[in-house]
Write a protein that binds this ligand. Sequence first.
Ligand code: GLN
Length: 236
Amino acid sequence: MAVGVLALQGSYNEHIAALRRIGVKGIEIRKPEQLRGVDSLIIPGGESTTMAKLAELHNLFPALREFVGSGKPVWGTCAGLIFLANKAIGQKTGGQDLIGGLDCTVHRNFFGSQLQSFEMELSVPKLAEKEGGTSTCRGVFIRAPAILEVGPNVEVIADCPVSSDQLKVAIPASDGQQEREFTNNRVIVAIKQGNLLATAFHPELTSDSRWHRYFLGMVEEAKEEATPSAVMVKYD
Ligand code: GLN
């Protein structure tokens, strides 16, 4: 099995190494036509504005949007999550282009600057569903985004507590809704919507392969769904 990894910028080498550890080849994707050779894609962490500029430069947006829209499995980590979101808000969100597809509002740099990067134990029951074992994992958050709102078709996989000084974030007005304050004391940090998976943290920077195996499970399922169980043969 081969998985495409968007290799414009950021932690794509780390994803390829994590895939290699579980016997899967990661294919670096830099050009639109390379997307035709893969049936799943990982969008790594990094810096989403830079990634967007490079994607624009390589004329990747139409092909990336088509790929996401086609229902092929795509996993975005950190900047990759921002890139997949329908709406990004927060510090220095200067109208960067997004691929979109994930029905959520993501806040860039929600937890603060690089210095406020942190690690936290997360509860993720989904990770233990197939494999058993512990349902917690180490989340590595680097200038990480947080998901503030999700649409009805989005499944929340993990959330984490936020401190009081991170609260009272304003969600700007849009889509006929007025500006409102975000006052929950937890934020969402991992979601799944159909064949789209997104994490605000970096599983590729840990030795825990369960997230990559979980994504590969999604890829296998998508393949099975695409293969008709019975082939209809028409005789004249
Ligand atoms: N803060 C970065 C951005 O806005 C994401 C950080 C990361 O991917 N580790 O793109």
